[in-house]
Design a protein around this ligand. Structure first.
Ligand SMILES: NC(=O)c1ccc[n+]([C@@H]2O[C@H](COP(=O)([O-])OP(=O)(O)OC[C@H]3O[C@@H](n4cnc5c(N)ncnc54)[C@H](O)[C@@H]3O)[C@@H](O)[C@H]2O)c1
Length: 200
């Protein structure tokens, strides 16, 4: 049985870390795509070389194209520019709109059944850009957010998991101060990545 494939677009700080975590979890083949020649290939070699030490079977490919990403169950989009000093997330919108739109079109052309997870900022706007560029129903274009609630000293996060059948699980958790697990696991549900159901 072939393994689930996850593609990460953008091999910078966020993308390379995401690919590394995915590879070490060992539940999916990982494809890392970036526009910079040599960058995703080098990151992929670095991550693969960790396998012997940390005990995972490395299956990671770095590339400047989308051919290797074909058939991905999940495409994580981290491509784009990050904030510089004095910038707000909204200052990124014009540049990142073009990048996110272009990479979404290319990724979906090769992986029409994928769930798209948008990380590039500004998150909510880029999620709409990806939904529009992909033509996918809204339940297949998502953006994870990390919320800090200082009033209660708690944090919550939404975690994306992919199992080896290609199902995508979302687990929302609350954490107490200093990241210690709180009492509540607030939501958990599954989504078939191959679903062709109409948007809800
Ligand atoms: N949602 C969140 O919680 C969160 C957290 C951190 C960063 N971000 C956002 O994620 C994005 C990436 O941040 P980063 O720190 O990794 O930036 P980075 O500069 O380290 O990496 C971005 C990568 O995107 C690549 N890229 C640019 N255009 C591309 C294209 N057309 N095709 C493929 N790759 C392309 C660049 O070559 C670069 O390697 C930023 O927009 C940042 O604001 C979001």
């Amino acid at each position: 049985m072939s393994r689930t494939k996850v593609t990460v677009v953008g091999a910078g700080n966020v993308g390379a870390t995401c690919a590394q975590v995915l590879a070490t979890r060992d539940y999916a083949d990982v494809v890392l795509v970036d526009i910079k020649e040599g960058l995703p290939q080098g990151k992929a070699i670095d991550i693969a070389q960790m396998g012997a030490v940390l005990g995972f079977e490395p299956s990671i490919t770095g590339t400047n194209g989308y051919g290797e990403s074909a058939g991905s169950a999940v495409v994580v989009i981290t491509a784009g520019v990050p904030r510089g000093p004095g910038m707000s997330r909204d200052d990124l919108v014009t540049t990142n709109e073009k990048i996110v739109s272009a990479v979404t079109e290319q990724a979906v052309a090769h992986s029409p059944d994928a769930v798209i997870v948008v990380v590039s900022n500004p998150l909510d706007a880029m999620c709409h850009v990806a939904k529009s560029a992909s033509g996918l129903p809204r339940e297949r274009v998502l953006s994870p957010a990390f919320i800090i609630s200082p009033a209660y000293g708690t944090r919550s996060s939404t975690v994306l998991l992919v199992d080896n059948r290609g199902d995508v699980l979302f687990v929302e958790r609350s954490f107490g101060p200093r990241g210690k697990p709180g009492n509540s696991v607030t939501a958990r549900f599954a989504l078939e990545t191959t679903s062709t159901s109409a948007p809800v």
